[in-house]
Every structure is written in structure tokens, then in C-alpha cells.
Ligand binder design. Structure first.
Ligand code: GLP
Length: 244
């Protein structure tokens, strides 16, 4: 769907998440959400916070799994996705922090593979993700599944693309300070979610959105794998949709 602007689109996505949570609560069930970082989902999180504060939306029985984290990364660093999620969502809602999962950027390299398998195991034991939120990087990455990622890839340690590191350099005060690696859910992990919403705003994303939606399906642009799924929705503003 294409919305007039990012605000309208973010409100609509937040309303869907709230309806999902409330629907599950009515059945006495937990909601398992896959969350994303970056500037794109900030408006959705802001609206979820408002729904919590003003309309009584509770996150007590919501379980979250974040897509990715830089590696290595200390959780209390300003650029960590832990800090991002706390500042933009978790610190402002009634979520149980024991139910929050974010890949651990502090692991020793030899422990990463076991951690990733455990991330997948926890997800499947909970019955999988009800909904996965996605942004898109200019390389066509979802999570940190950079060009070359396989459609059935699982949670794993990856090497970041040069363009991705350049795009992150402002947050880190220079590209040389951006970690070279990340732990990310795989394309296959994302695919298992019962509903996937990929959001993109502004004309800066128009060309990669055009490739993702209309381009040949290929690991060169991992977001094109989403064309293979029948439960993906692209939520765009007019700028991001302007190349379609
Ligand atoms: C980072 C994140 C992605 C995100 C992308 C786009 O690389 N790992 O999950 O989709 O950035 O970021 P932004 O939303 O800031 O454009």
C-alpha cells in the first residue's frame, strides 16, 4: 500500500500491530513480534508508545525478537540496537524485558553459531513470528542480509557491505568505526513469519524499492526474495513508491 506520507503509513502499521496484540490478548495468547531498527520504524514505535500511554495498549504478553545487531557491539553503546530499541520503544511501554530478544554483540566468535541456533530454536518453540517489521537498506538488505544471502538462510554472523557501512558512518563518527560484521536473522527466518511488513519512506529509497518489487529475484538484492512470499506487504510513502 502507498500512503500520502510517512506519518499516515506509520499510524496504519501501528494500528495493525495493536489490533494483532489485542486480538491475541482476547484469546489469552502471547504475540511474537519481529522488530527492526533504523530510522524507518521510529514513527511506528512512537505511535505504539502513544497507544500504550493514551489508549491502554499493553505489551505485557508481547515477546519480541529483533532482526539484527552489529558485531561486535556492547549493549550499552550509543549505536547498539539494544540502546536504539530501549530509547525508541521498550523504555516507554510495559514490556517484560525478559521477553525481549536482540542478537548478542558481546559473544566470543566461537560462541556465535550456538547463539544463532538458539535464537532460531526459541522462535520455533514459540510457534514462530506473528509479524515481522522490516526496513530496507540501499544494498537491498533486509535485516543485515546483504547481497549474496541465500533465500533459506538462518540467523548467522555476516559481513557488512561497504555501502551499508558508509550509510551507518554518521552514527559512528566515521566509516572506520562501523563494525565490519553483524548477527542477523536470515532470509529464511524472516520468511517464516506469518505476516511481513516492509516499510520504506522517501525518494531516497525509490530505486531500491523498484528493484525489490519489480526486479529479477536474486541474491544480489535480497529483498527481491520477498516477491516469493504471499504474506508480504510493502508499506510505502509516495516518495518511496515513485519508481513503481
Ligand atoms: C540497517 C538495519 C536494517 C534497516 C536498514 C535501513 O542496516 N540493519 O534493518 O532496514 O538499516 O535503515 P533506515 O531505516 O535507517 O533507512
Amino acid at each position: 500500500s502507498v500512503y500520502a506520507d510517512q506519518k499516515a503509513a506509520s499510524l496504519a502499521v501501528a494500528a495493525r500491530i495493536a489490533a494483532l496484540i489485542r486480538g491475541k490478548q482476547a484469546l489469552g495468547q502471547q504475540t511474537v513480534l519481529g522488530l527492526a531498527t533504523g530510522v524507518t520504524p521510529i514513527g511506528v514505535y512512537a505511535e505504539l508508545i502513544r497507544l500504550h500511554k493514551e489508549e491502554g495498549l499493553s505489551f505485557k504478553d508481547v515477546i519480541t525478537f529483533n532482526l539484527d545487531e552489529y558485531y561486535p557491539m556492547k549493549p550499552d553503546a550509543a549505536q547498539s540496537y539494544v540502546t536504539f530499541m530501549n530509547e525508541n520503544l521498550f523504555d516507554h511501554i510495559d514490556i517484560d524485558k525478559n521477553l525481549v530478544h536482540i542478537p548478542d554483540g558481546t559473544l566470543e566468535q566461537e560462541d556465535v553459531a550456538a547463539f544463532c541456533l538458539d535464537y532460531e530454536r526459541q522462535l520455533s518453540e514459540l510457534g514462530g513470528l506473528d509479524l515481522q517489521l522490516l526496513g530496507i537498506g540501499r544494498t537491498g538488505h533486509i535485516g543485515f542480509n546483504e547481497p549474496g544471502s541465500a533465500p533459506n538462510s538462518g540467523t548467522r554472523l555476516v559481513t557488512l557491505d561497504d555501502l551499508t557501512r558508509r550509510d551507518a558512518s554518521r552514527d559512528f563518527g566515521g566509516k572506520q568505526n562501523v563494525p565490519t560484521k553483524a548477527i542477523t536473522m536470515g532470509v529464511g527466518t524472516i520468511f517464516k513469519a506469518r505476516e511481513i511488513i516492509l516499510m520504506a519512506w522517501s525518494a531516497k529509497k525509490a530505486s531500491i524499492i523498484r528493484k525489490a518489487v519489480e526486479g529479477e529475484i536474486s541474491g544480489d538484492v535480497p529483498a527481491t526474495f520477498l516477491q516469493l512470499s504471499d504474506h508480504v506487504e510493502f508499506v510505502l510513502d509516495e516518495g518511496a513508491a515513485s519508481g513503481l
